[in-house]
Design a protein around this ligand. Structure first.
Ligand SMILES: NC(=S)c1ccno1
Length: 236
């Protein structure tokens, strides 16, 4: 990862991801972009051609940084930006199969486009967005993307079923979850979940997942492959 605020990415070394690193399931290197500046002010940005508000990150600095960081084993360059294609669970799964990912954290009004165009001459460049809103920089998006990707790596999650059965894995939103006590503030756990009848439980969970998806994200239902819903699903 390359950023002008390396400490922003420190949370990646905590908790589950930190344990995955210490177990050797992945390696994480954070580079300070200013290491590739040569002026006393360590300038990384400049005024935009054509005018307009804000500053643009300079191609020389990013170009030198990516020349060094992209050298070595083949990598895929991921650039979080509001102008990117949506980052989805499917793309997280695709990224999790990559040997190496390099993340460029832009700030200000973004990185000079020629940096990405130049990188695309030698690696796959993915400009991705984690949502239709604008952050101050790419670092927070990288935290989200890396967590979504790393949790899919074999051995990271305690139970592999977790990744296989979480939201979006089957194209639907996950339904409600419950744990002890059976009744809490007058609210009871649905009886079916205590029935021990796993066929009924699976059916109930699928129905709740379909209902929630229909209510909150009908677009996901529209996007399902034609054969994704079985007769019982359609009966709901
Ligand atoms: N929405 C995304 S990914 C973003 C990056 C920087 N600002 O917003």
């Amino acid at each position: 990862m390359v950023s002008i605020f390396p400490s922003y990415l420190a949370p990646l070394r905590e908790a589950l991801l930190g344990r995955a690193i210490s177990r050797g399931l992945l390696e994480l290197t954070v580079h300070d972009l200013r290491a590739w500046t040569h002026d006393v002010h360590q300038a990384v940005d400049d005024s935009p051609y054509g005018g307009g508000p804000g500053m643009v990150m300079r191609p020389q600095v990013w170009g030198d940084a990516l020349d060094d960081v992209l050298a070595g084993p083949p990598a895929r360059l991921v650039v979080p930006t509001p102008a990117g294609r949506p980052f989805t669970q499917a793309l997280a799964r695709e990224f999790s199969a990559e040997e190496r990912l390099v993340f460029a954290c832009g700030r200000y009004e973004g990185i000079d486009q020629r940096v990405l165009d130049d990188a695309a001459r030698r690696v796959t460049v993915d400009e991705v967005s984690i949502g239709d809103y604008v952050l101050v920089g790419g670092e927070v998006a990288v935290l989200a993307i890396v967590e979504a990707v790393v949790r899919l790596l074999p051995g990271v999650l305690g139970n592999p079923r977790s990744a296989a059965e979480d939201s979006f894995s089957d194209g639907l939103l996950e339904g409600p979850a419950y744990t002890r006590p059976e009744v809490w503030r007058g609210l009871a756990v649905p009886d079916v979940l205590r029935s021990g009848n796993h066929a009924l439980i699976d059916r109930w969970r699928r129905d709740r997942s379909l209902e929630r998806t229909h209510r909150r994200r009908p677009d996901l239902l529209e996007a399902l492959p034609a054969d994704a819903l079985d007769r019982a699903d359609r009966a709901l």
